[in-house]
Design a binder for this molecule. Structure first.
Ligand SMILES: [Mg+2]
Length: 298
């Protein structure tokens, strides 16, 4: 990219002070004031051209927002608050300074919605495609972090919204459910955000918790996008709801009979996952989560 140093200087000039930030972008490392009674949660996630976005369809601003929001959604999944982010970008050589700025502004726009400063990062231009990697620092701020490993036989399984067909657009424009995640932290025994698809992400909870699950087929909330995709590709809308990825809804288990969202099933002792129809017939629920490959959407 032409003007790489202009870009770095421009980012440093965008720097904004916050409560947590003692020293932000522009030094060797950022310095944060960390509240003594908070746990620090750390995670990293990347978005890749051709896997998580398509530059022919998505703007740099949308891509920047998605890069941040994926990591913020992981904060929601733990019940924690995003506190700060660190971002690296590998820019294609043909990227213009304006495109690079738009990418950064997308990141900042998404992060600021959660009062989460971008406190550092790295940028380089190369012969390859666009890659953006975001490390997120989260803080507990009064909650107990919710792991994937706490589900118990008898718990009910809830999801916070309709699923399937996100490839039609919701995968790039979604709002991480941070406030809801904090509310759920008080009652959830296990929690995850649905990035890989309901079947795969429920599989993560089951494996980490050493339990199994039975889903009620008729209870799984189907997004209109899943219905639209079904119309185009002939696969059942329920299959899209079960297996498509990047819904970024929260999936959680709780011992409470009623809780926010839609109850879609229950946790059982025996490892494995099953789908139960209205006649109480069980069939094995195979994991077929989103394969992170573009070009398959009709
Ligand atoms: Mg996640």
């Amino acid at each position: 990219m032409a003007g790489e140093f202009d870009f770095i200087q421009w980012i440093a000039a965008q720097n904004r002070a916050g409560n947590l930030v003692q020293l932000g972008v522009g030094d060797d490392l950022a310095v944060l004031n960390w509240p003594a009674d908070d746990l620090l949660l750390v995670g990293v996630d990347q978005v890749l051209e051709g896997v998580h976005f398509d530059s022919a369809v998505h703007s740099p601003r949308q891509i920047g927002k998605k890069a941040i929001n994926r990591s913020v959604s992981d904060c929601a999944a733990m019940g924690c608050l995003p506190a700060a982010a660190v971002a690296t970008v590998a820019l294609p050589k043909h990227f213009s300074l304006d495109q690079a700025k738009e990418l950064y502004l997308g990141m900042r726009q998404a992060a600021e919605a959660f009062d989460c400063p971008i406190v550092g990062g790295d940028t380089a231009a190369w012969d390859g495609k666009l890659i953006a990697t975001v490390t997120i620092l989260g803080r507990t701020s009064g909650i107990r972090p919710v792991a994937r490993s706490g589900a118990k036989a008898g718990d009910r399984i809830f999801v916070t919204g309709p699923l399937g067909g996100s490839i039609l657009g919701r995968h790039i424009e979604f709002v991480p459910k941070v406030a809801l995640g904090r509310e759920l932290a008080a009652l959830a025994s296990a929690m995850i955000d649905i990035s890989d698809g309901l079947s795969r992400d429920l599989g993560h909870i089951c494996r980490c918790s050493g339990v199994g699950a039975i889903l009620q087929a008729e209870s799984v909330p189907i997004h209109p996008d899943a219905v639209e995709l079904s119309r185009r590709d002939g696969r059942a809308a329920l299959e899209h709801a079960l297996h498509d990825g990047e819904d970024y809804e929260l999936l959680y288990t709780t011992s409470r009979p009623t809780a926010p969202g839609i109850c879609i099933g229950r946790i059982v002792e025996k490892p494995g996952m099953w789908l139960q129809d209205e006649r109480k017939n069980l069939r094995a629920l195979e994991i077929a989560g989103w394969q992170h490959v573009w070009g398959s959407a009709p």
